[in-house]
Design a protein around this ligand. Structure first.
Ligand SMILES: NC(=O)c1ccc[n+]([C@@H]2O[C@H](COP(=O)([O-])OP(=O)(O)OC[C@H]3O[C@@H](n4cnc5c(N)ncnc54)[C@H](O)[C@@H]3O)[C@@H](O)[C@H]2O)c1
Length: 461
């Protein structure tokens, strides 16, 4: 069986490469010629651990080919997966123009029966709309072909997309009464589904909503703890201890309970927004989802405001971390994309460092900011360092050396990766999230014996 994958971004490329690894014959298709040329040469256009190696192996085996020609991609394929983007519109709804464009083109070019699979995250009813549009085009063409639409939402996480695809927790398939399509999906996923990693069938509408529900739920956990972080700052508590205390309850669990600058990336913000749009559209109230979004916005703004208040005029600011999370170069909706323009507007000089996202940052900010070659290089002579992504290389930094190379003392920890007391010892001024400022401010590095250390500077947590 040959499978076509339309759209070779984070999801499409990983899916194409892993399906070939399962032993299937796969054609990847994208309209971006530069991307396809690069992929054909064995280079991955995205940073994703392990992806390039499997790409090269499967290109060499002949099981995996790429093209910019849709007709060529679907010509001999029985199943067509669509993995194109569904970015948010101004009114928060998902922009489905590319999804519909692709399915209509497939119907215009189809020369046999096909199964069309939506892997993109799409709102309830999109599969039904795609099916209707394709049926209308086939009818116009006077062809007897049938193209059922299946929902197969994707749950991979950037940074571990390959292992998530090779060993998924579960594979979800939404099908409305089509045993042939069901058999095909079972066959495609047979190499990875077993008792503990099951393939689960449900109707198409249910499958379409699961992805939004999962992402909104995880985002809600993050916003819940971020909401409490503000209270902790006001009342002298430490959110890290609070989260630990909560997370040890097995019913709650520790994951997604880390206070920080808020969630970002290409999925959580847009999927939360899409659910809000669905709520407004249907009139079905979803106040928890609205609050999740509002808290996230507030959390970012609070952090930025604290930072702007603390900086001297015309400061030099080192930004550590540009991608929305570690192990990816994806900067979509990353805090860095909001913060850097704000700092520039306020007249500060920005120097940035990220282990893998520098090229994406150059494409976005060009020469308006400076690019460092390492964390310490970027911090040299800076008035403040701001951690926006919790890369390991920042966790392990020698903070004594950091204090030594900096001009100023402010360390803004947007991911709560440092122990305030360790930072205080170096003479740096620590600004964390959800930790009362009383507990953060610097103990003078070498107080004279006759000087009384202020009570507030003594670490108590
Ligand atoms: N990135 C993730 O972690 C992730 C995880 C799960 C689900 N998703 C969902 O998967 C979908 C794709 O996300 P992504 O991050 O891979 O997006 P992406 O932007 O990385 O990739 C989309 C690709 O589609 C291509 N494309 C655009 N128009 C096209 C057309 N007409 N024909 C063929 N190709 C076309 C683009 O050139 C691009 O390469 C989205 O709906 C997203 O919500 C993403």
């Amino acid at each position: 069986m040959q499978i076509a994958i339309i759209g070779t971004g984070y999801v499409g490329l990983t899916t194409a490469v892993c399906f070939a690894e399962f032993g299937h014959q796969v054609v990847g298709m994208d309209i971006d010629e530069k991307k396809i040329t690069m992929i054909k040469s064995g280079k991955s256009p995205i940073y994703e651990p392990g992806l390039e190696e499997i790409l090269q192996r499967n290109l060499a085996s002949g099981r995996l080919i790429f093209t910019t020609n849709l007709a060529e991609a679907i010509d001999e394929s029985s199943v067509v997966f669509s993995a194109v983007g569904t970015p948010p519109n101004e009114d928060f709804s998902a922009d489905l123009r590319i999804v519909y464009h692709v399915c209509e083109d497939v119907a215009r070019l189809a020369n046999h029966n096909l199964v069309f699979v939506n892997k993109s995250t799409v709102p309830i009813g999109t599969g039904s709309e795609c099916e209707a549009r394709m049926a209308a085009i086939l009818q116009e063409r006077g062809l007897p072909y049938h193209i059922p639409v299946i929902s197969n939402p994707e749950f991979l996480r950037e940074g571990c997309a390959v292992s998530d695809t090779l060993k998924p927790d579960r594979v979800l398939v939404g099908i409305n009464n089509n045993p042939i399509a069901k058999d095909l999906m079972e066959e495609i996923y047979r190499p990875v589904t077993r008792t503990e990693n099951p393939i689960i069938f449900m109707n198409r509408e249910s499958a379409e909503i699961v992805k939004y529900a999962s992402n909104a739920f995880l985002a809600t956990k993050i916003s819940f703890v971020n909401m409490l972080s503000e209270l902790c700052e006001e009342k002298g508590a430490n959110i890290r201890d609070v989260a630990k205390g909560m997370g040890l309850d097995h019913r709650i669990g520790p994951r997604f309970l880390h206070a920080g600058i808020g969630y970002g990336g290409s999925c959580f913000p847009k999927d939360v927004k899409a659910l809000i749009a669905l709520s407004r559209h249907t009139g079905i109230p979803m106040p928890i989802v609205e609050a999740t979004h509002e808290i996230n916005e507030r959390q970012r703004q609070r952090f930025f405001q604290k930072l702007l208040n603390a900086l001297p005029e015309h400061a030099t600011v080192a930004v550590w971390g540009l991608s929305f999370k570690p192990k990816t170069d994806d900067m979509r909706d990353a805090p860095s994309c909001d913060l850097i323009p704000l700092l520039l507007e306020a007249g500060h000089t920005i120097r940035v460092f990220d282990p893998v996202a520098i090229e994406n940052a150059k494409a976005r900010f060009g020469e308006r900011i400076q690019y460092g070659t390492s964390a310490l290089d970027t911090a040299t002579g800076a008035d403040a360092v701001i951690v926006l992504t919790e890369w390991d290389v920042f966790r392990g930094i020698n903070t004594q050396e950091l204090r030594h190379v900096m001009r100023g003392t402010h360390l803004f920890d947007g991911r709560n990766i440092y122990e305030p007391k360790d930072i205080q010892k170096t003479g740096l001024t620590y600004h964390g999230i959800g930790i009362s400022e009383d507990h953060c401010y610097t103990t003078p590095a070498f107080p004279h014996s006759h000087e009384r250390i202020p009570e507030s500077a003594i670490q108590t947590n």
